[in-house]
Design a protein around this ligand. Structure first.
Ligand code: GLU
Length: 504
């Protein structure tokens, strides 16, 4: 059977470097075995999935050169490759499990389930579904269905013993069934959960090897059981070590830029990013540090992945990127890359409206727009001195804005204005004063072109990174302070959601 691997991203945010990392290893493994690498979009979370996010994921993986041979945009024999277009398939499969007695209806309301969990916790037990749906008689189920009561379908889990499965990197893994919940397979809205859709699709798309992040290890028992219930062969599993921040915590956008778009906007070469991701947990047989995708494809051996948490360190990436630029680009290629990156007619045309009114000659452009082409502005506390804002207020503004922007789904000029204006009101600050530290953070000075337009063009990754960097430059935040501010920020944000009409 020929090898088939897949990347299955959920389009719920920025394209994450972790997605590119897992995609790279899937691609390398498939190709090293003469097989295929495919892309599937897991968009069953209707609330959080967006077409913009899907587009960004496809664009950024393609920018990195990680090509797939089947996917929502290129088609293929096992489509559709977007889960929201396959709901009938999951419903049929959920019903098949009910008919075979491996899954059951549950009509419990969320209030009943909350109550159940509260009681379990009060008894000192771990909160877990108690199997109440299993005791309903066939008659009762029929009546409730006929009455149109909302329901979910859950899978049965053995009462005792352990699930034992094999991982290509980790060997045998054992997880007691007592730790595994009777997972919902089909939700009340008729959509499948990740577990059902993922297993059904991996089978129907003939995936032979599931290579994914280690955060999914605990899902493996549910998946194994689903394969058994359906009578299908389970693909080989391989859980890759998670990327980490330099302090060894899980790579997160609160500490490090995690969006592939950030690295693209900063002006890294895609070859260098792929090279760097390839070195996360893997090395070339000759230990060379600089290698291209083709070298990696030629030399790849999955068994050589080591499990110690690979640290994603932007300083090392800078060094590697510098080498790629110096060693691989002659002057012409350099100029072409820079034009592809940002200094080109289309990009300038988006920025001209920001400065047109202020320009008397073309040579005024560079000082006004320099920040649109830069990385982090060089700042210290003196840049944040303000006649009305003390240093603590400045840092609060930056921290709260960073939190607020983390949660912003649609990045647009008007959306930014609305969010930040609300935040200024919540903090009882005049918008003009509130924006002053943000001007400095984003543009390096308080006399810059219109802030919201500039932020909209710079994009979420770059803006968030600059705000974080400004926060450090203005004095940083201690852990204790962060905790207190977090509480304050939540109160302020809760007031906003409780009284949305006041903010309209
Ligand atoms: N949709 C899951 C994700 O977002 C896929 C996990 C898997 O590869 O099974 O990562």
């Amino acid at each position: 059977m020929s090898v088939r691997t897949r990347i299955a991203p959920s389009p719920t945010g920025d394209p994450h470097v972790g997605t590119a990392y897992v995609a790279l290893f899937n691609l390398c493994f498939a190709r090293s075995q003469g097989g295929e690498f495919i892309l599937r979009i897991e968009d069953t979370d209707q609330v959080r999935s967006t077409p913009e996010s899907e587009k960004m994921i496809l664009d950024s993986l393609r920018w990195l050169g990680l090509e797939w041979s089947e996917g929502p945009d290129v088609g293929g024999p096992y489509g559709p490759y977007r889960q929201s277009e396959r709901t009938d398939i999951y419903q049929q499969h959920a019903m098949e499990l009910v008919d075979k007695g491996h899954a059951f209806y549950c009509f419990a309301t969320s209030e009943e389930l909350d109550e159940m969990r509260r009681e379990q916790v009060a008894r000192g037990e771990t909160a877990k579904y108690d199997g109440r749906g299993l005791s309903l008689s066939a008659e009762d189920v029929k009546k409730r269905l006929a009455a149109g009561e909302p329901y979910v379908i859950r899978m049965k889990i053995p009462d005792e013993g352990s699930c034992v499965f094999h991982d290509l990197l980790r060997g045998q893994i054992e997880i007691p069934w007592s730790q595994v919940d009777m997972q919902v397979l089909l939700k009340a809205d008729g959509m499948p959960t990740y577990h059902l859709a993922n297993v059904v699709d991996d089978h129907l798309m003939k995936i032979t090897h599931v290579i994914r992040g280690e955060e999914w290890i605990n899902s493996a028992p549910k998946h194994l059981l689903l394969y058994q219930y359906f009578g299908w062969e389970m693909p080989e599993l391989c859980h890759m070590p998670l990327l980490r921040n330099p302090d060894k915590s899980k790579l997160s956008k609160r500490k490090n830029p995690t969006s592939i778009n950030y690295y693209r906007h900063m002006g890294y070469m895609p070859e260098a990013v792929v090279n760097y991701l390839g070195r996360m947990g893997w090395s070339m047989p000759d230990e060379s540090e600089k290698f291209g995708l083709q070298d990696m494809l030629d030399q790849f051996d999955l068994r050589a992945v080591h499990l110690g948490g690979p640290v994603f360190d932007t300083e090392k990436l800078d060094w590697l990127n510098g080498r790629w630029i110096r060693e691989n680009l002659d002057e012409q290629a350099f100029a072409n890359r820079v034009a592809e990156w940002a200094i080109n007619r289309d990009n300038l045309a988006r920025m001209i409206p920001l400065i047109k009114e202020r320009v008397e000659k073309f040579s005024d452009i560079a000082p006004l727009l320099g920040f649109m082409f830069s990385g982090m502005p060089k700042l210290d506390t003196s840049h944040f001195e303000h006649k009305k804002l003390d240093n603590e207020t400045v840092r609060r503004i930056l921290q709260y804005s960073s939190w607020r922007l983390d949660g912003l789904r649609h990045w647009s000029r008007d959306g930014l204005y609305e969010e930040l204006n609300q935040l200024a009101q919540g903090m009882e600050l005049k918008l003009k004063d509130f924006l002053s530290p943000l001007f400095v953070a984003v543009a390096g000075s308080s006399s810059a072109p219109p802030l919201f337009d500039a932020m909209a063009i710079l994009g979420p990754d770059m803006v968030r990174a600059r705000i974080r960097s400004a926060l450090e430059a203005s004095g940083g935040v201690s852990k204790k302070q962060l905790k207190a501010w977090d509480k304050d920020y939540r109160l302020l944000s809760a007031a906003r959601t409780e009284h949305p009409e006041e903010q309209a």
